[in-house]
Design a protein around this ligand. Sequence first.
Ligand code: PLP
Length: 392
Amino acid sequence: MIHPVAAFERIGEENAFAVLARATQLSAEGKDIINLGIGQPDFKTPEHIVEAAIKALRDGHHGYTPAAGLLETREAVCRRTLAMTGVEVSPDSVMIMPGGKPTMYSAIRMLGEPGTDILYPDPGFPIYRSMIEHVGANPVPVPVREENGFAFSAEETLSLITPQTRLLILNSPANPTGGVTPKSEIDRLVSGLADHPHVVILSDEIYDVMTYDGERHTSLLTYPEIRDRLIVLNGWSKTWAMTGWRMGWSIWPDDLIGYVRKLAVNCWSCVNAPSQFAGIAAIDGPQDSVNDMLAAFDRRRTLVTDRLNTLPGISCVLPKGAFYAFPNISGTGWKAKPLASALLEKAGVALIGGPDFGILGEGYIRVSCANSEANIDAAITRLGEFLEAEKG
Ligand code: PLP
């Protein structure tokens, strides 16, 4: 019997992948499954982006690129950052990463060790906590509350900072709640952070474009006073429907960029070149497909929320961002994970139990809007029928 070092006993999972595998297996067995578990857009990568990758390969771009990414791709990220936030960023601060997750890992690896605290949102993306535990740091959940519209609270976040805190992870618009933290709250947080200059901030802004009802995303980059200790995570996965391309970017402070470049050289060398050309086309090309996708998500989040709110025992806050709804199911008498699992096995509806996103996720389920309106409608009908049948 061989076994890895203890750190590998402390790696968690992203249960959405397990649910996807089970849903796929049930479908292959001929069951009629509606998948509202998935965290990736149900749209194809726009054609001009695909063409750019094919052209890059035909043009012979098959080799290594610099570890930080092609200068042209990093410059495209700078153009996009300026357009979205009004902030000028140097390509020297940008890393092209194989997806959003490697930025998470790099930041947590760089700042976490036994004896340090890392603050992360709960409920939140499960990989934050998993990686914090893996590196042996102390995970400190920052509650994200329904009564606050699933925005994080500056006051509560600041109250959790200790002299041991090395990293604070923020995520807005948020997975799994769809919460968007208003600028006023971020203003308060940043002004409070002046008293804690030892804390580095990792702002996960991968859903930055996905806000609704005129709500605007506030990038942490717009606060020059924390720029020297801010890491911004972003990427192509969600905005341009490119999850499988493994294309992300991050913006790093001067003191840390050299270390992440070295980590890249050691771990993955670089992101594949054709994807990086595709990434440029995504940023510089027409955005109609992005806008069409956002319009579809907007319609679906209203549909999901309206339909869920008609079911006894369920109440759902209208998500302000991303493409998830996070209904409160505590009135049904079900615990979230048994409900999610029974729904998949008995009613053919895949979704994720709230506890897969943290301790405070109990009493909630995550419903992804990455499916057609007809399928969403049918899935919620099944959910209602299931709850009714189980009652009787
Ligand atoms: N950050 C958040 C909040 C996410 O929801 C996800 C994916 O679901 C990621 C990062 C990871 O993105 P990627 O697939 O590009 O690694």
